[in-house]
Design a protein around this ligand. Structure first.
Ligand SMILES: NC(=O)c1ccc[n+]([C@@H]2O[C@H](COP(=O)([O-])OP(=O)(O)OC[C@H]3O[C@@H](n4cnc5c(N)ncnc54)[C@H](OP(=O)(O)O)[C@@H]3O)[C@@H](O)[C@H]2O)c1
Length: 341
C-alpha cells in the first residue's frame, strides 16, 4: 500500500446534526467527507461494507442516559456493521478479513483493541447472515428466549414485533424448542400471513386492525406463559393482563416508546404480576458476549437443518442510512434492515 493511496481514501460520514424529537428528519443528520483515518500500531483500517440498522441507534440520538452514552452532536452515528480489513498493523486482523463491530455510519473505521476490537468473521459466512441471524439480532432472540425467558416445552408464547428481525427469529426459536402455541403480533395483514405461512407461528394478530385483547383471549384461553416483548406501550399492557400463572415477560425492547416525546408510558396492568406470581425481566445482549459462540453454533445448526428462516431488507448507499432507520419505526421493513455501502 502506497502512502498516497491511503491519503486518497475519502471517508464519507453521516454525523448527528441535531437531536430528533420523533423519527429522523432531513435536518437530523448531515453528510460530511474527511480523510480516512491512519491505523496506528495495534490497529487496522476497515472499509465498511454493511451497516446493521437497529432501533437502539435512535435511542442513542436522545440526550438521555442509556446503556451506552448518547451520540454527541457532530459525531458519526454509532452503528454495528461489517467491513473488510484494508490495512493492518495488528496480527489479529489480516488484510481481506471480514470483521464485525462498531463501525459507525461511515466508509472507513479503525479496528483495534479494547472497546475498538472487532470480531473476525470466519471465511465463507454470508455477511447478511452474520449481521442478522448469526449476529446481534439472532443472538438477542436466542438468549432472550432461552436464558431470560426460560422457554419450556408446552409453553404458550407471544412475540410482539413478530415479523421484524428479532421477533421473526424469536418465534421460530420458541417453536423449535417445544412451545405448544406461538402467537405473533404484527402491524399488517401481509406480515401476519408471513408469520403463519413461513415463520412457524400458529396465530397472528394485526395490532392495527384487530382487537388484540379479544384475539389473544381466543388464541390463549388459559393465558400466556411467556411474552417476548419488542414493542412495549399498549401491547405490553394488554399481554400483562392475560398472563398465565407464573407467566414470564421478557423485555427485549419497547420500540413504540423510542420516538414518543416525553417519558415512556408505563404498564397499568403490572399488578397482574403479583396475582399470577409472574416475572418481568429486561436484558441487553452485550452481557452475553462471552457466550456468543455457543449460540451461533446452535443457530447455524438450525439454519443448516432448514428450521430457521430469515429475511433481510437491504438498502444501498450510506446516504440511505437515516431512511433505513426510519423504516423500523414506520413498520416499512420485513426482516433485518441492512444498509449496503
Ligand atoms: N435488549 C437487547 O439487547 C436488544 C437487542 C436488539 C434489539 N432489541 C430490541 O428488539 C426490538 C426489535 O428490534 P429489531 O432490530 O428486530 O427491529 P425490527 O423488529 O426488525 O423492526 C421494528 C418493528 O417494530 C414494529 N413497530 C414499530 N413501531 C411500533 C409501534 N409503535 N407499535 C408496535 N410495533 C411497532 C414495526 O413492525 P410492525 O409493522 O409490526 O409495526 C417494525 O417493523 C426493538 O425494540 C429493539 O430495541 C433489543
Amino acid at each position: 500500500m502506497r502512502i498516497e493511496d491511503a491519503m486518497d481514501r475519502v471517508n464519507d460520514q453521516v454525523v448527528l446534526a441535531e437531536r430528533p424529537t420523533t423519527i429522523l428528519e432531513a435536518s437530523t443528520t448531515r453528510l460530511e467527507s474527511t480523510s480516512a483515518p491512519q491505523p496506528q500500531e495495534g490497529e487496522a483500517l476497515v472499509e465498511v461494507g454493511y451497516l446493521s440498522i437497529d432501533p437502539t441507534i435512535r435511542t442513542w440520538m436522545d440526550d438521555a442516559p442509556g446503556y451506552l452514552p448518547p451520540i454527541g452532536i457532530g459525531e458519526v452515528v454509532r452503528s454495528g456493521g461489517i467491513g473488510t480489513v484494508v490495512e493492518s498493523n495488528n496480527s489479529r486482523y489480516n488484510v481481506g478479513d471480514l470483521v464485525f463491530g462498531t463501525v459507525g455510519w461511515q466508509r472507513y473505521c479503525i479496528a483495534g483493541k479494547g472497546s475498538q476490537a472487532m470480531t473476525v468473521i470466519p471465511a465463507g459466512v454470508d455477511p447478511l447472515l452474520a449481521i442478522n441471524v448469526l449476529g446481534v439480532t439472532g443472538l438477542t432472540a436466542y438468549f432472550g428466549m432461552t436464558d431470560v425467558g426460560h422457554i419450556r416445552e408446552g409453553d404458550v408464547v407471544v412475540v410482539s414485533g413478530a415479523a421484524g428481525a428479532t421477533g421473526s427469529s424469536a418465534g421460530q426459536i420458541a417453536k423449535i424448542l417445544g412451545a405448544k402455541t406461538v402467537i405473533g403480533i404484527a402491524g399488517s395483514n401481509e406480515k401476519c400471513a408471513l408469520l403463519t405461512s413461513e415463520l412457524g407461528y400458529d396465530v397472528a394478530i394485526n395490532y392495527k386492525t384487530d382487537n388484540v385483547a379479544a384475539a389473544l383471549k381466543e388464541a390463549a384461553p388459559k393465558g400466556v406463559d411467556l411474552f417476548f416483548d419488542n414493542v412495549g406501550g399498549e401491547i405490553l399492557d394488554i399481554v400483562l393482563a392475560q398472563l398465565a400463572m407464573r407467566g414470564r415477560v421478557v423485555l427485549c425492547g419497547a420500540i413504540s416508546q423510542y420516538t414518543t416525546p416525553g417519558r415512556p408510558k408505563g404498564p397499568a396492568n403490572y399488578l397482574n404480576l403479583i396475582i399470577k406470581r409472574g416475572s418481568m425481566e429486561g436484558f441487553i445482549i452485550l452481557d452475553y458476549a462471552d457466550r456468543y459462540g455457543e449460540a451461533q453454533g446452535q443457530l447455524l445448526t438450525w439454519l443448516l437443518e432448514g428450521k430457521l428462516h430469515h429475511a433481510e431488507h437491504v438498502l444501498d448507499g450510506l446516504d440511505r442510512a437515516p431512511e433505513a432507520l426510519n423504516l423500523l419505526f414506520t413498520g416499512g421493513n420485513t426482516g433485518k434492515v441492512i444498509v449496503r455501502l
